[in-house]
Design a protein around this ligand. Structure first.
Ligand code: NAG
Ligand code: NAG
Length: 295
């Protein structure tokens, strides 16, 4: 083989992909796989003042796990991309925790938590500083009413979590957290029952969460076309791309069919009558997807 001879296209493509993979392995930080657990941790606060607690040596804010849920015997966690209804009962509200709840409900101090934006890197390069773990804030806006001896808490919360935008190559793709929020629903009706708990010290606190995921920081628009059906079964930009490709392929094939087969046949004897083979062929293939929109 002479050195000037061009490489076959496929080989070139494979070499390019290999180079890309090597480059990516060196620089890219890890992202969450679909379903990967994401542990919630919250600011440790003084139950006397509601102020956050700093570690004495470094003066850094002390982050502690969200209280352990009776259902899982683990601190609260979400799973990347998984939309679910989730229960987390805090088995017993201690006296200090009861006072913290009073701060949260009055918003004297928010229930400030955080989520790691990415999973911790598990490969450490010798002689290199591991990359700094980044977090996104997640504030639980807990609603309720304080009484003299007890309190009412709206125990159902919506949790909205956003990924950073990326080109999704498949449903259930991996990703990185962008932002999130959590809030009690129906705070005005909690005195009439529903998802509410009359709480005294020593009681369990049954929290429930509706967790929803968004593939970008943008919110879904139904009338404005961008629709959302969760990260597990979403219509991704790539679907639209494939629709366009299949539409063009359909058009090309139809063209080939028309000029290669139909037209000669018609020219031969007009035997097709009123049938319109173009309509029967898949010219319109791409349009079956037109209601589905990009992220
Ligand atoms: C939170 O801070 C308090 C006061 O410094 C401390 O007693 C407690 O152990 C801390 N909580 C956790 C889970 O570390
Ligand atoms: C959560 O708790 C409610 C009330 O106890 C129960 O009806 C529901 O089935 C539970 N959901 C899950 C997913 O465990």
């Amino acid at each position: 083989m002479s050195p000037s001879r061009p490489r076959p296209l496929l080989l070139q493509l494979l070499l390019f992909l290999a180079a890309l993979t090597l480059a990516a392995a060196e620089t890219v930080l890890p992202s969450y796989h679909y379903g990967a657990p994401i542990r919630v941790e919250c600011m440790n606060r003084s139950s006397e003042t509601g102020e956050h607690i700093e570690s004495p040596s470094t003066h850094e804010i002390q982050w502690i796990p969200f209280p352990t849920c009776a259902e899982t015997s683990l601190p609260l966690e979400f799973h990347y991309g998984i939309e679910t209804e989730l229960n987390c009962t805090i088995p017993m509200i201690s006296d200090p925790f009861f006072h913290l709840l009073e701060f949260y409900i009055h918003s004297d101090a928010p229930l400030s938590c955080r989520l790691p934006a990415r999973p911790a890197p598990h490969i450490e390069v010798v002689g290199e500083e591991p990359p700094v773990q980044e977090y996104i804030p997640l504030v639980f806006a807990l609603a309720g009413t304080l009484q003299l001896s007890h309190m009412h808490i709206s125990t159902h919360m919506n949790v909205l979590l956003h990924s950073t935008p990326k080109h999704h190559i498949q449903p259930r793709d991996s990703g990185v957290l962008d932002s999130g929020t959590a809030y009690s629903t129906s705070p005005l009706t909690h005195m009439e029952g529903g998802a509410t708990k009359r709480l005294v010290i020593g009681d369990p606190l049954p929290l429930s969460f509706s967790v929803r995921w968004f593939p970008t920081p943008a919110l879904p628009r139904v009338e404005g076309k961008v629709e959302w059906s969760g990260m597990g079964g979403h219509i991704y930009a790539s679907t639209v791309f494939y629709s366009i490709v299949s539409f063009m392929a359909g058009a090309v094939l139809s063209g080939v069919y028309f000029f290669g087969s139909v037209l000669p046949r018609r020219l031969r004897g007009r035997g097709m009558g009123g049938a319109t083979p173009l309509g029967a062929m898949g010219v319109g293939n791409g349009w079956g997807y037109q209601k589905r929109a990009m992220d």
